[in-house]
Unconditional design. Structure first.
Length: 218
């Protein structure tokens, strides 16, 4: 039995870039990937398909990327009188591969929320995917950088702030139609694509009209 195993990434292109694409008649596509930090299928797709594709197409400005780290997790609000008086939303989250996956999913969502710019957070997400623990992720993916707000990211990833962000990713995942039944769940222009799991470049190049030069090597 194959059990499919998100980070929320969103490219925000400059007004100039969007207008250039509109004037030239270049069609853009949307790629949305719903995944989990410790899911083997998610890790394989992210590192063998998405990472090389992103590195090759980052300059094309023809694709909006979105990654949502949640997958088959569950987050439920924790409500009591104290929390209600505090006016804050608290959540209890359970992830498919255990507590460490929740911590990694939370950290991924914190990285996306904090860094905002894909060129900054994509490399970190590629590094975090598949780690055995949040501690390993912090050691290997955050500490080597001198530019990251490391302590703020660590605090976010292990506290209620990270759980709120994970719950928000859960709301986005729950809104899928049809519902997510496998992870990674990949949407191309809003429609699930099984083929993209195995040949992302071919699927997206078929959507890009006219084809950018990066598609010529297929």
């Amino acid at each position: 039995m194959v059990v499919g195993c998100v980070f929320y990434l969103s490219f925000n292109y400059s007004k100039f870039s969007v207008n250039e694409n509109m004037r030239s008649g270049n069609k853009k596509s949307q790629l949305s990937v719903y995944l989990e930090a410790q899911c083997g299928d998610s890790t394989h797709f992210l590192l063998s398909q998405l990472k090389p594709f992103w590195l090759e197409f980052i300059q094309s400005e023809r694709i909006d990327f979105e990654i949502i780290p949640f997958g088959k997790a569950r987050c439920v609000p924790v409500v009591d009188d104290f929390k209600r008086r505090m006016g804050k939303n608290f959540f209890r989250c359970v992830c498919q591969h255990g507590p460490e996956e929740c911590l990694l999913n939370q950290l991924m969502n914190c990285v996306i929320d904090e860094l905002y710019v894909p060129e900054r957070y994509f490399p970190i997400l590629f590094c975090l995917q598949g780690k055995m623990s949040q501690e390993e992720g912090v050691r290997d993916c955050l500490l080597p950088s001198r530019e990251l707000p490391i302590q703020r990211l660590i605090n976010c990833g292990s506290t209620i702030q990270g759980r709120r962000l994970l719950a928000q990713a859960g709301d986005k995942t729950a809104s899928l139609n049809p519902k997510l039944s496998f992870v990674p769940w990949i949407l191309v222009d809003g429609v699930r694509s099984v083929d993209a799991l195995y040949n992302l470049k071919e699927v997206l190049c078929a959507k890009l009209i006219p084809s950018p030069r990066q598609c010529n090597a297929i």
